[in-house]
Design a protein around this ligand. Structure first.
Ligand code: PLP
Length: 386
């Protein structure tokens, strides 16, 4: 049976070039980057090269890149590290209601440490309004964290405007850029962000490797102490193969971005055009244009998303409903609730996230699979009137 992977927001396959770059660091180049001998120096050089490659992807300086175990750790380090270091200045944090759990749960934990958190609402399209950020700012606000693009509905936030506001008010600005790094151009300077999280396995790199950009001069403390690796910001012997893979993935992403994002956009629009036209009572969640080139989030009335996923899986199409992290819970997605969907509407959601290996034929096959599955489920549906 044909198997088509369309769940790239959950994770991406490793690019063959990335695997090739990593292999020597699992075998003959096993040195510890902290060692002074040639084995150590070889590993150190590889880590430094990767730092340069990740920095280039973001228009940052290599010295502003800190390697972590992934997006979750980068978010934890940014939020906890900045909040704790600046608590004498204030204890108020602003974030949005559609953040990834790696931000929302950290905010909850920080509230337990005496910080106060404002969760901004979003529009029907999933946009954070700059006016709402401005209204939420207080004398004691020390940090704003708004994600670059949402992992469920793909909406891209107006970071430049929020960054400008944060800069004027001298408030630190962090963004979870896990879904945008390597997919759309990112320039941390023009976005006006002080911290930017990214993750290897969302950009055709390895799982368990990520990075946090921290602008030079930002007051932040480490959340993991030990031997002082990563200039004291993140102790622990470096995941050298993972870091090498992340560096290579960043480099490839930069090379292919223009061409690949255009190709994604065209596949995305081909699919949404077809689905919305051919399937009754269907709609697109998220913003019509301010959205990731690879993201589609459909709503189908009278459908249960989980059942649709299983039907699609049986036809070889791998997609998702809500986010992978919450798919085991029955609760409605917090993102779809935040954009104003009723629980019955959000339960009929289907997230398709396209990637490098997908072709036009894949898209056409998936369209037919979706249409057949929706029709079959609706025939049986107790939700459907008449
Ligand atoms: C996947 C994801 C994360 C978590 O990254 P990991 O590397 O899996 O820890 C954080 N934020 C967003 C927006 C994501 O999509």
């Amino acid at each position: 049976m044909r198997r088509i992977y369309m769940d790239h927001a959950a994770t991406t396959p490793l690019a063959p070039e990335v695997l090739e770059a990593m292999i020597p660091y699992f075998s003959e180049r096993y040195g510890n980057p902290s060692s002074l001998h040639s084995f150590g120096r070889e590993a150190r050089e590889a880590v430094d090269d990767a730092r340069t490659e990740v920095a280039a992807l973001l228009n940052a300086e290599p010295s502003e890149i800190y390697f972590t175990s992934g997006g979750t750790e980068s978010d934890n380090l940014a939020l906890r590290g900045i909040a704790r270091k600046n608590k004498k200045k204030g204890r108020h944090i602003i974030t949005s209601s559609i953040e990834h759990p790696a931000v929302l749960e950290v905010c909850k934990a920080l509230a337990g440490e005496g910080f106060e958190v404002t969760y901004l609402p979003v529009t029907r399209e999933g946009l954070v309004e700059v006016g709402a950020v401005e209204e939420a700012v207080r004398e004691d606000t020390i940090l704003i964290s708004v994600m670059h693009a949402n992992n469920e509905i793909g909406t891209i936030q107006p970071l430049e405007e929020i960054g400008r506001l944060a800069g004027e008010k001298e408030i630190y600005f962090h963004t979870d850029g896990v879904q945008t790094a390597g997919k759309i151009p990112v320039d941390v300077r023009s976005l006006g962000v002080d911290a930017f999280s990214l993750s290897g396995h969302k950009l055709y790199g390895p799982k368990g490797a990520g990075a946090l950009y921290i602008r030079k001069g930002v007051r932040i403390e480490s959340i993991q102490q030990g031997g002082g690796h990563e200039r004291g910001m993140r102790s622990g012997t470096e995941n050298v193969p993972g870091i090498v893979g992340l560096g290579r993935a960043a480099m490839l992403a930069e090379e292919k971005m223009e061409e690949e994002s255009e190709r994604m956009r065209s596949l995305r629009d081909r699919m949404s055009g077809w689905v919305l036209k051919e399937i009754e009572d269907s709609w697109l969640n998220g913003h019509p244009v301010k959205r990731l080139p690879s993201n589609l989030n459909f709503g189908f009335r009278y459908i249960e998303g989980e059942s649709l996923l299983l039907y699609l899986d049986a036809k070889g199409v791998a997609a998702s409903t809500g986010s992978a992290c919450s798919s085991k819970k029955l609760a409605a997605s917090h993102v779809l609730s935040a954009i104003g969907l009723e629980p019955v509407e959000s339960h009929g959601s289907l997230r398709i996230t396209l990637g490098m290996e997908n072709t036009e034929e894949d898209v056409d096959y998936a369209c037919r699979a979706i249409s057949e599955s929706v029709a079959r489920l609706r025939e049986m549906s107790a939700l459907r009137p008449g």
